[in-house]
Design a protein around this ligand. Structure first.
Ligand code: SAM
Ligand code: SF4
Length: 335
């Protein structure tokens, strides 16, 4: 396919997959240090290496012009980036079908109303434990109450599509699976249980010790609730289930046990402007030099993004044998 037809048809890779979903990391920094995501002592990027809010806005608008319908802001913690609302307000004007954010929730008491007013549709809020001490141990810095207040603030602001994300680890929080399900049922929000991914060499634990598969988590829930599969094409690694007596949905994000690469519809842009074609591979294109060499002309950026589609690999290759296959940490990639 020539680049010209690609422009007309949007973004299509060599395997015929259409890219409609972009995750933009707005910072690699965070106010937490979750044990599965970061090591205790992290070195963050020097500021000049991080895209400006305006540069991230340009990337978003070019993707939207190429047929991308869904943008998720992530990080690091997106809400610790100074003046992040300038970007959120701009993205709210792009007419996206789905505009969302993944956040640890700590800053939501301050930002929830403004996010809603800017036109954000949905929120994913990470919450791995309902026990204040355990929560602090997992996040190393987080205060549970602040996140609960954040979820309250989001519900009060009128967000009616909220999903909790929980990474389940053996020996850490696998005993809280049913408590977390009851928490979302009470609030009529959704939850996704995430398998830990081998990204970055975290100092806290060996991944093979803590890995807990989605099938195990699902079996725990089925001791109390009957789960019915929902036919929902997500283009990603999630499968969703409903319960008869609740509007809450339960998702399982299982990059190891269930291969989803065939329908993959997404790419990621790191805080430093690296366009990643696959979470589990290093294939990437550096957009930052292009953005900075052409500060007022988006054409070269657009061409680079279209050309990058040829680099999208067919599938990822994660294993759980404890090897670190990808040296990037999750806060670099954006979850
Ligand atoms: N700071 C925000 C948050 O925690 O929601 C957004 C960024 S965080 C990297 C996005 C998601 O990735 C979170 O739900 C987090 O639990 C998840 N995550 C981070 N490291 C992970 C890993 N090694 N395996 C699986 N999920 C991970
Ligand atoms: Fe921060 Fe999110 Fe990573 Fe936790 S998972 S350290 S909140 S970026």
């Amino acid at each position: 396919m020539t680049s010209c037809t690609q422009h007309q048809q949007g973004l299509v890779d060599r395997f015929g997959r259409r890219v409609k979903y972009v995750r933009l990391s707005v910072t690699d920094r965070c106010d937490f240090r979750c044990v599965y995501c970061m090591s205790e002592k992290m070195t963050f990027l020097p500021r000049e290496q991080v895209l400006s809010l305006e540069e991230i806005g340009r990337v978003a608008s070019v993707f939207a012009g190429l047929g991308v319908e869904k943008i998720r802001l992530t990080g690091g913690e997106p809400l610790v980036r100074r003046d992040v609302m300038q970007l959120v307000d701009y993205l709210g004007t792009l007419g996206l079908k789905d505009f969302t954010m993944t956040t640890n929730g700590s800053q939501l008491p301050r930002y929830a109303k403004a996010l809603k007013a800017a036109g954000m549709h949905r929120l994913n809020i990470s919450l791995d434990s309902l026990d204040a001490e355990k929560f602090h141990r997992i996040t190393r810095k987080g205060q549970l109450q602040q996140v609960i207040d954040g979820i309250d603030a989001a519900q009060q602001a009128g967000f009616d599509q909220i999903k909790v994300n929980a990474v389940i680890m053996r020996g850490r929080n696998e005993d809280e699976v049913l408590d977390l399900v009851d928490f979302v049922r009470q609030r009529q929000i959704d939850i996704s249980f995430i398998e830990e991914m081998p990204l970055g060499d975290v100092s806290d634990h060996g991944r093979e010790e803590t890995f807990c598969s989605s099938d195990e988590v699902k079996a725990m829930i089925e001791q109390r609730y009957r789960l019915e599969a929902i036919n929902q094409q997500t283009g990603g690694p999630s499968r969703y289930f409903s319960m008869q007596d609740s509007r809450s949905k339960i998702g399982f994000i299982s990059p190891h046990s269930h291969n989803f690469c065939g329908d993959c519809n997404r790419v990621r842009v790191t805080a430093e402007g690296r366009l990643l074609l696959c979470l589990g591979n290093e294939h990437s294109v550096d957009l930052r030099p292009i953005l900075r060499a052409h500060p007022t002309d988006n054409k070269p950026l657009k061409q680079a993004i279209v050309d990058a589609m040829d680099l999208k690999p067919e599938r990822h290759h994660f294993t759980t044998d404890g090897d670190v296959q990808i040296v990037r940490f999750m806060n670099m990639t954006g979850g």
